[in-house]
Design a protein around this ligand. Structure first.
Ligand code: GLP
Length: 261
């Protein structure tokens, strides 16, 4: 796990966008894993700027989102499919239909989850997965207690996650759906490169467990310690509980510019 502590969100966005850009140069038809939430917004904004400037193109790329609320209507602004379209997909040059997500309106939920796993598999798997992390250590919507071997399935959201996400629903926790469909931890572990972003002191505890804690279903993101290529991009506030912060900074400073993340 490579831990990179950067000055601010802008720098995090640039470093992550460099990795996405380099991937798309090597492999224009790459498969991207796209997270919602506020953490990756700086990455998407930077990629939009570079796309508009002609420095990167998504015209042959495909994308898969991580998760979806169950039961939000197709036109609900907080439906993750609409969120990712608004904050990123519609602002760059993806082909129509190139980005898909789990179907939160499916009548046969197990079949929809299996179909989603199958679609990722048929696309050749995710080359680069962008991830955020919840304050309780969830990734996608794999809440504490999720099986480390889980696949795409329905989950009940914790009260904490619903409180955290109420800000997107006018501050009304009861307006936040109680269930979601989410890629499992084993699904996410199959991505070839995982880039996890966390900013702000409210993420420091989850980041501490993710990077330096024992692997445990109680802090689901810790499963990433078993992944061979994970990059964790942090600001100072999110990194402030890391015991080896000095070492991570020194290691990144000594890295040759050409190497990237
Ligand atoms: C949400 C999403 C996650 C996201 C996390 C953190 O519940 N399902 O994919 O990473 O919570 O969100 P944010 O980046 O807004 O803090």
């Amino acid at each position: 796990m490579e831990v990179v502590i950067l000055a601010d969100a802008k720098e995090i966005g640039a470093v992550a966008a460099d990795a996405v850009g380099a991937l798309l140069v090597r492999q224009p038809d790459a498969v991207l894993g796209l997270a919602t939430g506020s953490s990756p917004l700086m990455i998407y904004d930077e990629l939009v700027l570079r796309c508009v400037a002609g420095l990167v193109s998504f015209s042959r790329a495909r994308g898969f989102t991580l998760d979806e609320y169950v039961g939000l209507s197709a036109d609900h602004p907080e439906r993750y499919h609409n969120v990712i379209d608004r904050v990123f997909v519609s602002r760059v040059d993806f082909a129509p239909g190139a980005v898909q997500g789990p179907d939160g309106l499916a009548s046969d939920v197990p079949a929809a989850c299996a179909a989603y796993e199958d679609a990722i598999h048929r696309a050749g798997g995710v080359d680069l997965q962008i991830l955020g992390i919840g304050t309780d250590g969830h990734i996608a919507f794999n809440e504490p207690g999720s099986s480390l071997a889980s696949r795409t399935r329905i989950k009940t959201l914790t009260r904490q996650t619903r409180i955290d996400n109420a800000r997107f629903f006018g501050g009304d926790v009861d307006a936040v759906p109680t269930h979601c469909l989410t890629q499992g931890l084993a699904t996410i572990m199959e991505a070839r490169h995982v880039v996890l972003v966390a900013t702000g002191s409210h993420k420091a505890e989850a980041v501490h467990h993710l990077v330096e804690g024992p692997v445990s279903a109680m802090w689901p993101a810790t499963v990433l310690q078993h992944h061979p290529h994970v990059t964790v991009l942090l600001d100072d506030a999110a990194a402030h509980r890391l015991q080896l912060a000095g070492y991570y900074r020194e290691t990144y400073r000594a890295k040759p510019d050409w190497q990237g993340i």
